[in-house]
Design a protein around this ligand. Structure first.
Ligand code: FEO
Length: 171
């Protein structure tokens, strides 16, 4: 059974993961609107991954005998000034999520909730990957210095990303 503090914190995290999905879907719509289909594809896969994260927390609450409480999801931004600005926003957002996950781990330790601590370790590892993949795209976008040819090349690469539940399901 989850104690109340842990339950409330995990319910908040479900909201944060759903907001992440919403934010990346908004970025997907932005890229669609400027005809960068590969970038849009990457964002759609990212949004699907965030929904999977939300559902992992969601299912965990039930596994531990708790009740999920859903709250309103904030409105995400809808426009960015460049593809680089989008990915810099992704990295900033993922750093924020990393802090949230670390706070959850701290709480699990404080509450002596060993099961939650172990459950959260998957997310600790996942956040390393999340920050690395955003940084990788930022590096590429900096290298091409906004050239049209470079942008199309990166668009082609990002278009190859496929969301699979095994992509991050290393449980
Ligand atoms: Fe669910 Fe991108 O962290």
């Amino acid at each position: 059974m989850l104690n109340e503090k842990m339950l409330n914190a995990i319910n908040k995290q479900i909201n944060a993961e759903m907001y992440s999905a919403y934010l990346y879907l908004s970025m997907e719509a932005h890229f669609q609107s400027i005809s960068l289909k590969g970038f849009a594809n990457w964002m759609r896969a990212q949004a699907q991954e965030e929904m999977m994260h939300a559902m992992k927390f969601y299912d965990y609450v039930y596994e531990r005998g708790g009740t999920v409480t859903l709250e309103a999801i904030d409105k995400p931004e809808t426009t960015w000034e460049s593809p680089l600005a989008v990915f810099e926003a992704v990295l900033e957002h993922e750093k924020h999520v990393t802090r949230l996950i670390n706070d959850l781990v701290d709480l699990a330790i404080q509450e002596k909730d060993h099961a939650s601590n172990i459950f959260l370790q998957w997310f600790v590892t996942e956040q390393v990957e999340e920050e690395a993949s955003a940084s990788e795209v930022i590096d590429k976008l900096k290298l091409i210095e906004g050239t049209r040819a470079g942008l199309f090349m990166v668009d082609g690469e990002l278009g190859k990303r496929v969301f699979t539940t095994t992509e991050t399901a290393a449980e």
